[in-house]
Design a protein around this ligand. Sequence first.
Ligand code: GLA
Length: 382
Amino acid sequence: MSRLAKIVSGIMAGAVLILIVAILIVNRSDPNEPAQSDIPSLAVEYADFFPIGAAIEPSQTNGLKAGLLKKHVNWLVAENVMKPDSIHPAEETFNWSNADKIVAFAKENGMEIRYHTLVWHSQVGAWFFKDSEGKPMVDETDPVRQKANKKLLLERLDTHVRTIVDRYKNDIKSWDVVNEVIEPADPDGMRASEWYKIAGIDYIATAFQAAREAGGPDIKLYINDYGTDDPRKRDLLYDLVKKLLDQGVPIDGVGHQTHIDVYGPTVESIIESMRKFAELGLDNIVTELDMSIYSWNDRSDYGTVIPEEILAQQAKRYGELFQAFRDHREILSGVVFWGIADDHTWLNGFPVKRTNAPLLFDKQYQAKPAFWSVVDPSVKTD
Ligand code: GLA
């Protein structure tokens, strides 16, 4: 190689090296840094009102997602790992490790935790509902055996609730005891789940009583449901809660899931429901907030580019909602989002697989217009 060729190849090698270093610098990401460090923290902005929470999976306790959570929320709920089938998959098996990860992450970062959910008709092991011979309890027709099955189911439930509450009572103060027990389309407005078919409403009373006895007076016990703004469903829930309270069942509050969309329901109907339950002396929490960009029953898909006017409409509605939440903080003690950023939301797969964007941060963890109207709902976006 001539001297000139050596010099040229030396310069080129140097240039390639510089380019590689530059690319590494530009792409470097500190896994503990939030995507945007120069924006306000939601939890700090809401410190005078109520805690702000998010549902998470254990895998999100590391990396960029963890950074986003640490900056913006002071309350966590497990998206799945504290549900019955995860934590108690078989009669003799409790799986604590995933739930423990979320509890540890919350404690390390000074966050509170909610428990979701001790009882549900979905994501629950089939073993609960098998009789002593392994047959489905719901198929039993003999009244004597039906009675025995009910007793066995309520004993299993009692053990389930006491074991879990006992383990986490010092770390978790807010508990979803039962989830989605009302179904207006079912005969008497009670969801015709296996729980209900086998035990009637006694399963609800048993779950609350066991939780209170195991956790003592300091833990707060909630009945959680979706569509609580709908007057028919709200009133069925109200009547049930009133009846249970009259029987002495220890219910502290109502969890309003609040899976809404950019078109409805009205903010007023959401608040009206909270007012009704507050009249019974109960607390209210928004437990699973997200706002789909499609109307209910719409199966279409915006694909990768969401129209700006839809994101603006979402921002406007989020602003109205949070203004109302602020105005009613005496009857609302917290707001939990069902996720934190649009890269991870059940609505990307339900009711069909498509692009949805229901949260305050986009897929790149950047604050959306909705974030800014939640930070300051007094700024009019239209
Ligand atoms: C319901 C449940 C949640 C979650 C959402 C959607 O609202 O309460 O646990 O499963 O559905 O994923």
